[in-house]
Design a protein around this ligand. Structure first.
Ligand SMILES: [Zn+2]
Length: 481
């Protein structure tokens, strides 16, 4: 016990030191005790591989994918009870996979299917006690447990993130600010310095006016090269900066992922942070990954990560530029729970263009968010949430956070956390006018409610639309998306 309280005292002493002292101590610590992932041979080898493979020709990418797919299907067929059953039912054998297009003979699987048979997705003979369980989709639907082998999963995720960060001239261990997870479990304040990675961690759970002033000050002291976060948290912080006329020190880029990035958010964040956004697409199920490069003309599919398909409502591949499809992913790196042709509820737009950066990995023009990010009008007509956030009206700076909820067709409740010093009536009047341009009166009745806090997901994200009406890709395609 005595020992523990001594450790606690040392920790709180360390945290009370001025930031430059902690940064100096962090530099020494990194020299003396190597990062337990980044400094391993496995990580360095894999990262070197990714640095080379990003310049492969499309044929080289495809040959690599085919080899990985064959290996994965064989592994699943021999070791994973779910696929042993489903491949038998569909009369599929690993030897049927001769080209990449042959992936289409494999059955599609849904989140529902995985949730109902989660144990059957774990290979026979694997030691489950060594696996990490990741729970996805807490507030946005029924949660799903995803089992992962911790070390290889972290290695792959980190290597792909680092590769993208290098595209912004960032280097490993350069100063970065991360506004995501909640560091409160570890410290008694809303931010902390992580000396292993030379990173300031800001809690996205605490975006109050006071804390955001603290975040602003610590960012100025720290002078990070990049900021990493979710679009929803960045947007809240960007609005705060804008309404208080504050500017950040120069940044090389803002990196965001885990949520769809709407055009209005991109414009707001890039203008207030005064740098470009490097967006990425990925999901906790670890089946597909795509990242924006320094040319910012779409998302390059990470071909070494997995196979990303875009399918139309008949489950045929989308091949026409500008046409949307639902994302289906097959990940190469999670042997603890292989997911083959896993259907996401995300919509991607096919590009077909070549990127000026000369990387040949195909581009997805944009990710339009999840299927549930649509409003349903009285007549059943759908409207994408994207259009709401495209607005540049000054009313947005008078709002700190906002969330729409829909349970009934044509009826929407907008919950608002107002920024200080603006009258409620003024905010409602301007907002009704602005939102009403998209969610028109003939289709929608909108109610507004002021609240002190909005519910966040367990990872500190804010869902802009809590859509309770079940939607599917077919109804969305029918409405023109
Ligand atoms: Zn590019």
């Amino acid at each position: 016990m005595e020992n523990k309280s001594f450790t606690t005292r040392v920790k709180s002493f360390r945290k009370s030191l001025p930031l430059p002292v902690r940064m100096g101590a962090g530099w020494i610590k990194r020299k003396l005790s190597p990062h337990r992932l980044w400094e391993t041979k496995e990580f360095k080898d894999y990262f070197d591989f990714l640095q080379k493979s990003q310049w492969w020709s499309l044929e080289e990418h495809k040959a690599y994918q085919l080899e990985q797919l064959k290996k994965l299907v064989k592994f699943a067929y021999e070791n994973v009870p779910y696929y042993q059953r489903s491949f038998r039912e569909k009369r599929v054998h690993p030897s049927d996979i001769k080209t990449l297009d042959d992936i289409q003979i494999l059955p599609l699987i849904t989140k529902e299917e995985v949730r109902n048979h989660v144990d059957e997705f774990i290979p026979i003979g694997i030691d489950r006690s060594k696996l990490r369980v990741w729970v996805t989709g807490g507030t946005s639907g029924m949660p799903l447990k995803v089992y992962q082998d911790l070390f290889p999963t972290c290695l792959v995720e980190e290597a792909f993130s680092l590769r993208q960060r290098l595209w912004a001239d960032y280097k490993q261990y350069d100063r970065k600010v991360t506004l995501t997870r909640d560091p409160k479990n570890r410290v008694q304040k809303c931010w902390d310095y992580n000396n292993h990675e030379n990173e300031i961690v800001l809690s996205s759970f605490d975006l109050t006016e006071n804390n955001m002033f603290q975040y602003f000050n610590v960012i100025h002291k720290f002078k990070p090269r990049i900021v990493v976060s979710y679009p929803s948290a960045l947007e809240i912080f960007a609005r705060f900066l804008k309404r208080n006329n504050l500017s950040l020190p120069p940044l090389q880029g803002v990196f965001c992922g885990s949520e769809a990035l709407f055009p209005g958010q991109r414009a707001l964040i890039e203008s207030t942070f005064n740098c470009k956004i490097f967006s990425s697409y990925g999901m906790s199920e670890r089946v597909a990954d795509a990242t924006e490069c320094e040319q910012h003309c779409g998302y390059h599919v990470s071909m070494e990560y997995g196979i990303l398909e875009l399918l139309d409502k008949n489950s045929d591949p989308v091949t026409e530029p500008g046409v949307s499809g639902v994302v289906v992913g097959t990940g190469f790196h999670n042997d603890a729970m292989p997911l083959i042709r896993y259907q996401m509820f995300d919509i991607g737009v096919y590009s077909g263009e070549e990127c000026a950066c000369k990387r040949k990995a195909p581009l997805i023009k944009d990710f339009k968010g999840r299927i549930r990010e649509y409003f349903v009008g009285r007549s059943g007509k759908l409207m994408t949430l994207q259009l709401i956030w495209a607005g540049r009206h000054p009313v947005w700076s008078k709002i700190r956070e906002m969330q729409f909820t829909q349970e009934v067709k044509g009826e929407i409740l907008a919950k608002i956390v107002r920024a200080p010093n603006y009258p409620d009536e003024e905010v409602i009047r301007e907002l009704r006018e602005e939102v009403g341009k998209i969610l028109t009166e003939d289709e929608y009745k909108i109610d507004f409610e002021f609240v002190d806090r909005l519910p966040l997901t367990h990872r500190g994200k804010l869902n802009f639309l809590d859509q309770k009406i079940p939607l599917d890709f077919e109804s969305i395609s029918a409405s023109g998306y």
